[in-house]
Design a protein around this ligand. Structure first.
Ligand code: URA
Ligand code: SF4
Length: 203
């Protein structure tokens, strides 16, 4: 196996992990990025969201889900009473794939140790897998998003909810309804197992 497939060391703190990513050249996506999109949110969240990879807007700002798909997700969050700052959001790959194509196997594989490290540090109880790329890379290639979405999958300490990627909602009203339904279930389960509030409480 090439170096890319070697397991990197795991970091036990955020600073070291983030520093290790800033100059990462483990895969060919490093050549096209403007910014690394590391992840954002509550580093002690019980609820984590995993997307695919940065698009143009994310690449520009260095923040996940700030483009059109992200705005749609924010709208769902607002409607369901999820304060974005109370959850943690990350992607399978940290650098933008050219033309927003799906990350290739070697790229996802090279980057996945970072995501695993993020999951280990956040220790979420629930992970929402946004779309096929997140589903297959986290739970395995045998899973298909159409058959799996909306169904809870327990693995180890974490319960997973696969659902549509927000970008898929932009062109399909049905998927929008299912996405909302899935996230509503997530909020209900969350409220039954977490002591942390998802709602923004102003003082
Ligand atoms: N799509 C993703 O998968 N992640 C982002 O951060 C933005 C769009
Ligand atoms: Fe490194 Fe991930 Fe960027 Fe590839 S996508 S260069 S593995 S940070």
């Amino acid at each position: 196996a090439s170096d890319v497939y070697k397991r990197q060391e795991m970091y036990d703190n955020w600073e070291e992990l983030e520093n290790s990513i800033v100059n990462c050249k483990k895969c060919k996506l490093c050549t096209g990025r403007r910014n690394i999109v590391f992840g954002e949110g509550n580093k002690e969240a019980d609820l984590m969201f995993i997307g695919e990879g940065p698009g143009a807007d994310e690449d520009k700002e260095g923040i996940p889900f700030v483009g059109r798909a992200g705005q749609l997700m924010n709208k769902a969050f607002q409607g369901l009473g999820i304060d974005r700052s109370k959850v943690y959001i990350a992607n399978v790959v940290k650098c933008r794939p050219p033309g927003n194509r799906v990350p290739e196997v070697d790229e996802a594989k090279a980057c996945l140790d970072y995501l695993r490290n993020q999951v280990i540090l956040v220790k979420p109880k629930i992970i929402v897998l946004l779309g096929s790329t997140a589903l297959k890379n986290i739970l395995g290639n045998e899973y298909g998003i159409t058959a799996t979405r909306g169904k809870w999958i327990e693995k180890g300490e974490i319960t997973y909810m696969p659902t549509w990627h927000p970008a898929a909602l932009l062109r399909d009203e049905n998927k929008k309804i299912e996405f909302w339904r899935d996230l509503k279930e997530v909020v209900e389960k969350y409220n039954s197992i977490s002591s942390l509030s998802l709602i923004h409480i102003s003082e």
